[in-house]
Structure formats: structure tokens, C-alpha cells
Design a protein around this ligand. Sequence first.
Ligand code: ADP
Ligand code: XUL
Length: 623
Amino acid sequence: MTTTPFDAPDKLFLGFDLSTQQLKIIVTDENLAALKTYNVEFDSINSSVQKGVIAINDEISKGAIISPVYMWLDALDHVFEDMKKDGFPFNKVVGISGSCQQHGSVYWSRTAEKVLSELDAESSLSSQMRSAFTFKHAPNWQDHSTGKELEEFERVIGADALADISGSRAHYRFTGLQIRKLSTRFKPEKYNRTARISLVSSFVASVLLGRITSIEEADACGMNLYDIEKREFNEELLAIAAGVHPELDGVEQDGEIYRAGINELKRKLGPVKPITYESEGDIASYFVTRYGFNPDCKIYSFTGDNLATIISLPLAPNDALISLGTSTTVLIITKNYAPSSQYHLFKHPTMPDHYMGMICYCNGSLAREKVRDEVNEKFNVEDKKSWDKFNEILDKSTDFNNKLGIYFPLGEIVPNAAAQIKRSVLNSKNEIVDVELGDKNWQPEDDVSSIVESQTLSCRLRTGPMLSKSGDSSASSSASPQPEGDGTDLHKVYQDLVKKFGDLYTDGKKQTFESLTARPNRCYYVGGASNNGSIIRKMGSILAPVNGNYKVDIPNACALGGAYKASWSYECEAKKEWIGYDQYINRLFEVSDEMNSFEVKDKWLEYANGVGMLAKMESELKH
Ligand code: ADP
Ligand code: XUL
């Protein structure tokens, strides 16, 4: 008899990842082992999309990027069908959770609840749910059609104030802007006919449950509507989204139309479900009859894909996950609500008094590749794509040499700046002097250390404010701001910095003693460039986390995070107690071979001048 990875475990968990291009399901067991992955690419089941989306460029929706909602329903049936053919034991699945692309929204009709509750296992989901939606397409996170709404949100609220309330300034893709576009200028009549609005995450959970469920709190932070600290929708932001804002829509403040518009949108969105381990309910009978799921299989709330990524790893408070892909994304776990218009804050999906900070840089790998090409050219390296020369130079540069460059071949998001390159030297009088490549004190080799240093220092400047107050965390791995026993006098470091450079500002906010002296707890590196030991050792030496640097390989992070959320929730429910998620997930250190820690020389102090230099250089960038 053939054996399968599912023979031994009694209980299985499913983690979904509905991303832009595919639906993936990962199967795990109670010991957090990933047993198998199934997936379906949207382009293979729907001929109207390319890479999962449709781009529209008409007058009203210039720059719109959307996905057919039925395609996602077809994908669900398709992947379950594949699993059935594979002999997958659906009856062993006790818990399901998952993650989805963030910000997208699904618009349910008034008949949707009835349709969902009467699904017939003999026919497919999409064929039965034709009348369940008012808009047949969902906006995708790549959508850029809401320039008008972006301007309106920021005009009446202000970028910084909006970030203070909702965790982010206005972004094209954020749900509140998308809703305003529909309610005011795209199809107001369809908006009016909409009974409920789900995020993509709560939409998938709703289909699995057979009824419309609440929006999950961490994903709700990607809407520009939710007041994160007060943990409720903000009424003025709802008024903007609903098209009843006094300044924008000429509606009387607090008048009948104003109140009705806000209340109607509140009803459509429904209550936000606070972070919890409690299940949403059992899987719908459609899936039990059609595929053989256990009727007791629990559905736990789904979250956003970036949020699921942080729960796929044993991340504790003050840990940073640095993703070195084409662009660089830094995810931080923090107890500190320190919003900025330059990054995003979300609630943490499994640790209720924590947040996830997300910094997205545009110039990452491609900028480093340009420097690599420049040195390979100078040294006549035959293999133009080789990183050997770059690494050899980088390995030799151990300390900060008072030279720093900013490399933005593309316009940058953080700091918000035009495409440009700036090289500067700190002279003996502590003056920052601009230089050019080819000057006697700046050769292509200087760009090698300089680009990795400035990219890392930018991360240090922006993670500092998020980390600073989190040092009192009660988490198992203590997140003290300095390594124990380190004799560094932090006040002296701070005073020296201010004496040399004056007050330092980042993205309009003054850096404090705490923000300039905080260190991350651990740093994890993922993505293409994390395969380069020289780059991540340099980054690790500058960020100098208190409890070490790790290179990790997590190919299915979003799906895995969903599966772990399911198994953690299941265990909490079984024990009827809240198990700290960081404590639960620490088991991964025992079971995973993918977590490689690496040693670095701690150069945190040596790079203090770099911190001051970068802050000053950034203040002079062209916009
Ligand atoms: P994506 O963001 O598209 O998922 P990846 O995570 O695969 O991309 O990262 C791709 C980037 O990783 C490339 O642009 C490349 O510059 C970088 N990269 C891959 N291997 C190395 C290496 N050994 N050294 C430095 N950079 C690398
Ligand atoms: C995050 C974002 C994307 C999508 C990708 O703000 O828009 O990362 O979540 O699916």
C-alpha cells in the first residue's frame, strides 16, 4: 500500500493564501510540520485575466486593476477538486485559516446571505452565487484609479493625521478610497444596493462558513477607515468613504444625510472582529457534502498576507523581518504605536497588544545591482552578474569610513524623494560635503559599502521610533534596548550625535534619545539578496540586534502563517486559555532546519556617525 504524508497525523490544518496570481493551500500537522502544498493559478482557470488581474484604462477608471470575484470561487472548487483526486483526507482537517491579498474589497448583494446559506453541493460555487454580488470585480492592491480620492482624503484629514488615526497616510489601494470611488463617481447605485462589504480575507472566510463574517482587525488596518488606537471605525473617515463629508460633498455636518450615510456604511462593513483565537464557526455543509470535510472543522478568521508572513516565523516583540526581494520590505513587531506617514502600522493578527510596522522601500536589489555592474566593469569581471567582486570589497569594509551615498535609481517611497544619487563625505570639522563618483576620495568601490550601509541605516532610522518604547515587553525573549553587560553609555552616544549633527529628523519627526539608541531584538532576512552572506552580515553588524541574526527560507510564508494561526487557535480553544503566540511559535526553532543563525561583528556604535550623516543627507534630497 502506498503511504502519504497524511497517514500518521490525526489532525490536519489548512492554511490558505489567496494572492494576486494564485490560490495556495498548505497542509500542516499539530507539530507545525508542513506536509504538502496545493495550488491553482488564476490564469489557468480564467481567460479574462493576466497574472490574476484585469487592467482597465477608461475615462472613469484610469489605472484600475481588478479581479473577478467568481474566479476566486472557481479557484476554491478547483483546488479542493485537485485535493480530492489526490486522495486528501478532508475528514482529518480540524481547523482552517489563511491570508489574502490586502486592501481588496468584495460587495455582497441583499440576497447574498440566503444564497450562501442554501449552497447545493451538486453544483459549483460560482454557478450558484451569480446574484450574490453587486460588483462582480474586486479592486486589486495594484489599483491606481483613486488619485482623486487620495487627494480628497489627505486634503480634509492631512497625511500625518490620517496616519495617526488609521496607521497609514492615504494610499490608492486602501479600501476607504476604493469605497469612496464606488459610492461617489463610479456606480453609486450599485454601492447603494450593496448589503455588506468584505475584505478579500473576510470574503474567503465567509464562503467557507456559508455566511458573511466580520472583517478581521489586523486586516482592517489596511482600509484608511479604522481608528487603530480606539479600535473602531472613525466616523469622519466613514463619511468621506460614503460620500457624505461636509467639505467634500456639501452635506450638512451631523445632519440627517451625514448620519444616514455613516450608519449605512457601518452596517455594510459590519463589526470588526477583535484579535482572537476563537473560531468563527464550523465549515459550511457544502464543503462537507461535496468534499468530505469533517462537519466540526473550525474556520478561524483570515488575515492579510503581510500579516500572515510575520506569524509564519517565531517573531517576538522588537524582532524585524527584512525581505530583500526586488524591493525591500521591513516588517517589525512592536508594542509601540508610533505611526508615521512614511510607513504602515497594523494590529498584530495574533498578539492583541502588539502592532506590525511595515516599511516598503522601492530601491532595493536593483540599486545594488547597478553598483555591482559598475565595479564589475571597473575590474573587468568576466561574469557581469557575479557578486564576487562586490562581496570581496564589502567584506573588507568593516568600519564606517565617514563616506555615505544615497542611491535611488527610482523615485523612493521612504523617504519620499525623486530618483537621484547623492554621495557625501564627513570632514574633520564634522561638515557634510557632497562629492562625485570619480573624485579623488570617491571610487566605485566606495559605492559598494556605501549602498549597503545607507540602505541599512535608513532602516535603523525608521525602525528606531517603532522599537523604542517596546523594551518593556513581557515576551519570552527579552527585548532590551542594549545587549546585557555592554558598557556603552547610551546617553553619551546620543549627546555626541546631537553635538555633531544637531537635532535629527526623519520623515518630519524628531528622533529622540530612545529612538536613536534602540536596537531590534532579532533580525530575520528573507528574499533573493538574503542569499548573499556578505550583504546580510554587513546589515546585521549595523542593525546589531540584541539576540542575533537569522537567514530564513520560507517559500510559502503567507499560507504557512495561516495554517499556524489555525493550529494555534485550535490549541487555545482546546485548552480554553490564551497561549502567547510567540511562545507557541517558538517550537519552530526546534522543528525547522530553515532557520540559520549567523555571527556578525557588532558595529552598532561605530555606525553612530552614519546615522547622523544619513538623517542630514535625507533632509537635502530633491522631491
Ligand atoms: P521578488 O521580490 O521578485 O520576489 P526575489 O526575492 O527573488 O524577488 O529577489 C530578487 C533579487 O534578489 C534580485 O533583484 C537580485 O538582485 C537579488 N539577489 C539574488 N541573489 C543575490 C545574491 N547572491 N546577491 C545579491 N543579490 C541577490
Ligand atoms: C500591502 C500590499 C500588498 C498586498 C499583496 O500593503 O498592498 O503587499 O497585500 O498581496
